[in-house]
Ligand binder design. Structure first.
Ligand SMILES: Cc1cc2nc3c(=O)[nH]c(=O)nc-3n(C[C@H](O)[C@H](O)[C@H](O)COP(=O)(O)O)c2cc1C
Length: 194
């Protein structure tokens, strides 16, 4: 039997050619929320980015990924939830007992970056045709499409999770019953210094 020897992904040298139609995929690099500059994508650009994230391979059209754009009020709710998380991991009875630096650090995670999105996953465990790992692959495809589409529009971003996304106070900001917060995605303009 003939087999094709294909290079494995990690063995591929990174390609950074900006002048091909594949540039959005070949040039994407994560930029964290503290380095993202204004402006972020506007309303119509965000709508297009979310459409790109929905238009991915999805066995059974189960739509396992929902993306929520945070407004100012939701960012404040995340800031409060991050304080609750920080207090709980330190064994403190109340966020009021956190020191000022920790409070500032936690709040900044909710408020930094021009645009904050929540990737929410709903994974059905009772579908014999579409097992959970296939649904997670579709969620990942949505994240990839979102970041590549943002790059295509000239923006940058970064997916971030961390232990805080499992905390009930954080999850409850955006998740409905049966949903998981898969990660945050911060979007904005690329920093002037690269
Ligand atoms: C779902 C998900 C969650 C992530 N969470 C974190 C995180 O909490 N902290 C972190 O440093 N990187 C995290 N990353 C990785 C970064 O988003 C980024 O991909 C990594 O720093 C590599 O940089 P690059 O995208 O420029 O190759 C996460 C990636 C994914 C897909």
């Amino acid at each position: 039997m003939n087999t094709l020897a294909a290079p494995e992904l990690p063995a591929c040298a990174p390609v950074r050619r900006a002048s091909t139609p594949l540039a959005p995929w070949l040039t994407r690099r994560s930029v964290g929320p503290r380095r993202l500059a204004l402006p972020g994508p506007d309303t119509s650009e965000l709508a297009a980015l979310l459409q790109a994230a929905v238009n991915v391979s999805d066995h059974g059209r189960k739509r396992p990924c929902r993306i929520v754009v945070a407004d100012a009020a939701q960012r404040e709710r995340y800031a409060d939830a991050f304080l609750a998380y920080a207090a709980s991991v330190r064994g403190l009875a109340s966020p009021d007992l956190l020191d000022a630096d920790t409070r500032e650090h936690e709040r900044s995670k909710a408020l930094n970056g021009p645009c904050l999105l929540s990737l929410v996953a709903r994974i059905a465990t009772d579908d014999p045709e579409v097992p959970p790992h296939e649904q997670w692959m579709s969620v990942g495809a949505s994240l990839g499409a979102l970041l590549a589409a943002a790059n295509a529009l000239g923006y940058a971003g970064k997916a971030l999770s961390g232990a805080r996304i499992h905390h009930p106070a954080v999850r409850s900001v955006v998740c409905r019953d049966g949903e998981l917060l898969a990660c945050f995605v911060y979007l904005g303009s690329k920093p002037a210094n690269g």
